[in-house]
Ligand binder design. Structure first.
Ligand code: ADP
Length: 435
C-alpha cells in the first residue's frame, strides 16, 4: 500500500471517498444536515476531485455534538473511547469500532517500521497511556509489528532511566521535549550516549525542529524521526518520517487519511510547499468518520520523487493556528525562534518565550540556556552578564532573531537547568503574561 503507484492510489481514494460520502450522509445527522444545506447529494461525490464541494468539519462542531453526536455507529459497536489531550480547551471525544482499532494498530506498525523498528526489538513506550491516544496507539502498532512493548507511560523519570538501562530497548517513543529531558538526565548520571541501548526514537505530539533532533540524537545516540497524529483523525500514526529520508518530511498514510493544505482565511487549496492549514478526510474510519477536518495545524505538503514510498509528505508542523503569536503585527511561531537558536552552538535548545505588555505594545523575551561547556570555556560556573563574550552572544542572538523575523526581541541568557523541562507530556514553551 505504501508503494502503490499514484494512479492506483488515487483510484482507491476515489472509491473510498464515494463510499464515505454515502456512509456519513446516512449515519451522521450532522453531515446529512450539512450536505442538505449545501445542496449536495452523496452521488455528486465521484472522487477526490469533488472534495472541495464538501463542507469543513471544525473543532467547534465536535464540541457542539459532545460527547457522541458525531458517531456513525450505535454505542454498542464501540470498542474504545479516547479524548484529545485538551491542549486548546475542552477535550474532544473520539470512538473506535473493532475495525478502527485494527487501523490504529496498522498505521502505527507502519510508522514504527518506517522509523527503523523491526520485529523482535523492544519498544520503551513513554507516551501517556489512558485517554490520550499516544500510549495505546503506539502500543498496538508495536505489538502488530512483532515488537516487545514496555508500557512505561509518561513521567517518573528515574524509573524510566532505570528501565532503559536494565531492559535495553532499541526503540523509544515519547514527546521530543521528554526525549530532551531523558538525554539530559542520562548525561547528569554520567552515562555516555554510546552506553545507552536505544537506536531509534519516534518523537511527536508537539512541534519540534532540527535543533531538538540534533540534541536528542547526540544525547541518546539514536536516529530520531517524527510521528504526527491527532485523536480526531485516529491518534498517532497519521504520518511518519522515514529513518533513511530524515529531514524531508513525513509520509501521510493517505490510503486512509486524505490531506489537504488550505489557505487559513479563504480555504482555497495551496500549491506544494506552501504553508497553510492541514485538513483531513478519514477515508476508512467507521465509528468517527470525518470530512475535511480543519486541524488548525500549519504545514505544507509535497511529493518526493526520490522516496521509496509514493505517499505525499508533510513538512514539520510550524505550530497551531491558535498558538501563533501576533507581536506588534508580526506573526510568529515558537518553532521559528527554535530554528534561529540552532544556528548558535553556544546555546541549548532549552528556551521559553515570554510575552508581556509594555504600555500599549506587546513585548517578547526569549529566555535561553547557555551550554555548560561554553560557560566552562569562559571560566564561568554561571551566566555573568558583565562577561563580554556573553554580551556578544546575546547581541548575536538578538541580531539573528531581528533579521529573520523582523521583530525586536529581548534575550535573557540563562544557566543550565533554569528553563522548565518536560515531565512526560507536551511542553508549553510560551508564557503569555498579557492577560
Ligand atoms: P490536543 O489537540 O488536545 O493536543 P491530541 O492529543 O490529539 O490533542 O494532539 C494532536 C495535536 O498535537 C495535533 O493537532 C498537533 O497540533 C500536535 N501534534 C501531534 N503530533 C505532532 C508532531 N509530530 N509535530 C507537531 N505537532 C504535533
Amino acid at each position: 500500500m505504501e508503494t502503490l503507484a499514484r494512479p492506483q492510489l488515487r483510484k482507491l481514494q476515489d472509491k473510498r471517498l464515494r463510499k464515505l460520502a454515502l456512509y456519513v450522509y446516512e449515519r451522521v445527522p450532522f453531515y446529512k444536515k450539512k450536505f442538505d444545506e449545501w445542496g449536495i447529494q452523496p452521488a455528486d461525490i465521484k472522487g477526490i476531485a469533488d472534495l472541495p464541494k464538501l463542507p469543513f468539519t471544525k473543532k467547534t462542531d465536535l464540541r457542539d455534538t459532545y460527547p457522541f453526536g458525531m458517531f456513525a455507529v450505535p454505542e454498542k459497536k464501540l470498542r474504545r473511547i479516547h479524548c484529545s489531550s485538551g491542549t486548546t480547551g475542552k477535550p474532544t471525544v473520539v470512538g473506535y469500532t473493532e475495525k478502527d482499532l485494527d487501523l490504529l494498530a496498522e498505521v502505527n506498525a507502519r510508522s514504527l517500521a518506517a522509523a527503523g523498528a523491526l520485529p523482535g526489538m523492544k519498544l520503551h513506550n513513554a507516551y501517556g497511556y489512558g485517554l490520550f491516544t499516544g500510549g495505546l496507539g503506539l502500543h498496538a502498532g508495536a505489538e502488530k509489528l512483532g515488537m516487545t512493548v514496555v508500557p512505561v507511560s509518561g513521567g517518573m523519570t528515574n524509573r524510566q532511566l532505570l528501565l532503559i538501562q536494565d531492559f535495553k530497548p532499541e526503540v523509544i517513543c515519547c514527546t521530543p521535549s521528554y526525549a530532551q529531558t531523558l538525554a539530559e538526565e542520562f548525561q547528569k548520571r554520567g552515562l555516555l550516549p554510546e552506553e545507552i541501548s536505544l537506536q531509534f526514537a519516534v518523537l511527536g505530539a508537539e512541534p519540534w525542529t532540527e535543533a531538538i533532533r540534533n540534541q536528542v540524537e547526540k544525547g541518546l545516540e539514536v536516529n530520531a524521526t517524527n510521528i504526527y497524529g491527532l485523536s480526531e483523525v485516529i491518534g498517532p500514526g497519521v504520518s511518519q518520517e522515514d529513518v533513511e529520508e530524515k529531514g524531508s518530511g513525513s509520509h501521510v498514510w493517505e490510503d486512509h487519511f486524505f490531506p489537504e493544505v488550505l489557505h487559513p482565511d479563504s480555504g482555497n487549496p495551496l500549491p506544494e510547499g506552501k504553508d497553510g492549514v492541514l485538513v483531513f478526510t478519514t477515508l476508512t474510519k467507521k465509528a468517527f468518520p470525518l470530512i475535511r477536518y480543519w486541524t488548525n495545524d500549519i504545514c505544507s505538503l509535497h511529493f518526493d520523487a526520490a522516496s521509496k514510498r509514493t505517499h505525499v509528505k508533510m513538512s514539520g508542523i510550524k505550530g497551531r493556528a491558535d498558538d501563533m503569536l501576533i507581536i506588534r503585527g508580526v506573526n510568529l511561531f515558537h518553532t521559528q525562534v527554535e530554528e534561529v537558536i540552532l544556528e548558535i552552538p553556544q546555546l541549548t535548545p532549552h528556551y521559553q518565550l515570554v510575552v508581556t505588555k509594555e504600555g500599549p505594545l506587546d513585548a517578547i523575551e526569549v529566555r535561553i540556556e547557555v551550554t555548560r561547556d561554553y560557560l566552562q570555556s569562559l571560566g564561568l560556573q554561571k551566566v555573568k552578564l558583565e562577561n563580554e563574550n556573553l554580551q556578544n552572544l546575546q547581541k548575536e542572538l538578538i541580531y539573528k532573531l531581528t533579521n529573520s523575523m523582523g521583530l525586536n526581541m529581548k534575550v535573557s541568557l540563562r544557566n543550565s537547568g533554569e528553563i522548565p523541562r518536560s515531565e512526560g507530556g507536551k511542553l508549553n514553551r510560551i508564557v503569555d503574561l498579557r492577560r
